[in-house]
Design a protein around this ligand. Structure first.
Ligand SMILES: [Fe+2]
Ligand SMILES: [Fe+2]
Length: 254
C-alpha cells in the first residue's frame, strides 16, 4: 500500500484509447506504473491497440508488466480492425492478467464492474432506427446486442457499489466537442437505457478523443470520457488517467 492509497476508499485509475503500436514499446511503462501507484485497480476503456494485431497486444502486455494491481478492460473498435479480437483478448489475459469484459461482470475489492465495448448509432432523437434495408437493421441490431450485454452484466452485480466500463459513449454530453457530423458514430443512447434501469456510481468510456470530460445520464449517473488524448489535452501537466474513488464497504468482523 502506497501513501497515496486509502483504506477508506477503493481507487480506480481509468483511461481509454491507448492506441498501442509496435513502436510504443517502452513508452507506457512509466505511465502505467504511476497509475498503478495511485490506484487499487486500472480500468482500460478500449482502443487498447491501434490496429488490433497480436504484435500490438504483446507490446501492451509487456508495458503492463510493471502493474501489480488488477487491470479490467473492454476492447474498442480499433481492437477489431485486425480481425483477431479474440487473439488480442487472449494475449492480454494470459500475458498480462488483464480481465477483459465483453458483457460480463467482475468484482474488485467489493466494487462491481460491468464491461462492454458498446456500439454506435446516435443519440436521442437522432438515433438510427431499425427500419428499411437489412444492412441498417443489422447495424442497429449490433447496438441493441451491446446494450443487452451491458444490461445482463449490470443485472449480475450484487455489490452496493458499481461501475460500468464502455468504449462507446452512452450519452451525447461527453462527445460534445467532436464534429456534430460524427456524433452518430461515437456512441448510442441505447447504451444509456440499461444504466437507467441499473444505476451505477460511475460510467467510464473512451472513443471520443475530442469530446468532453464529464456528463450525466438522464438518471443523473456521472459519465466520464477518459480517452487518453482528451485527458492529455484538457488537463495539461496531469497524468492522463482519471482517478475515481468509491467508498470501501465496511466489513464487519466476526
Ligand atoms: Fe480511440
Ligand atoms: Fe474508438
Amino acid at each position: 500500500m502506497t501513501q497515496n492509497k486509502s483504506d477508506h476508499v477503493v481507487r480506480f485509475a481509468a483511461v481509454g484509447d491507448l492506441h498501442v503500436r509496435k513502436e510504443s514499446a517502452g513508452q507506457l511503462r512509466d505511465f502505467f506504473s504511476q497509475a498503478a501507484k495511485a490506484a487499487d485497480a486500472l480500468l482500460l476503456c478500449g482502443d487498447l491497440t491501434d490496429y488490433g494485431t497480436a504484435e500490438e497486444a504483446k507490446v501492451l502486455a509487456d508495458e503492463l508488466s510493471v502493474v501489480s494491481v488488477p487491470v479490467v478492460a473492454v476492447l474498442g473498435n480499433h481492437d477489431y480492425e485486425g480481425g483477431v479480437p479474440a487473439t488480442v483478448c487472449e494475449i492480454l489475459t494470459k500475458q498480462a492478467g488483464v480481465k477483459v469484459l465483453d458483457g460480463e461482470a467482475c468484482e474488485i475489492e467489493g466494487v462491481g464492474i460491468a464491461g462492454v465495448k458498446g456500439f454506435a448509432g446516435g443519440f436521442g432523437r437522432g438515433s438510427l432506427g431499425a427500419w428499411g434495408e437489412p444492412a441498417i437493421k443489422t447495424f442497429v441490431q449490433e447496438a441493441l446486442n451491446e446494450a443487452l450485454k451491458l444490461e445482463s452484466a449490470l443485472a449480475k452485480l450484487r455489490t452496493p457499489r458499481k461501475i460500468a466500463v464502455l468504449h462507446y459513449s452512452p450519452i451525447c454530453g461527453t462527445v460534445q466537442g467532436e464534429p456534430v457530423d460524427i456524433f452518430p458514430f461515437l456512441g448510442s443512447s441505447r447504451l444509456e437505457e440499461p444504466l437507467l434501469r441499473y444505476p451505477v456510481d460511475a460510467v467510464f468510456h473512451g472513443h471520443a478523443h475530442r469530446g468532453t470530460l464529464e456528463g450525466k445520464t438522464i438518471g443523473g449517473v456521472p459519465v466520464y470520457n477518459v480517452a487518453k488524448p482528451l485527458l492529455a489535452r484538457a488537463r495539461p501537466g496531469q497524468l492522463p488517467f482519471r482517478l475515481f474513488e468509491v467508498p470501501r464497504e465496511e466489513t464487519v468482523a466476526a
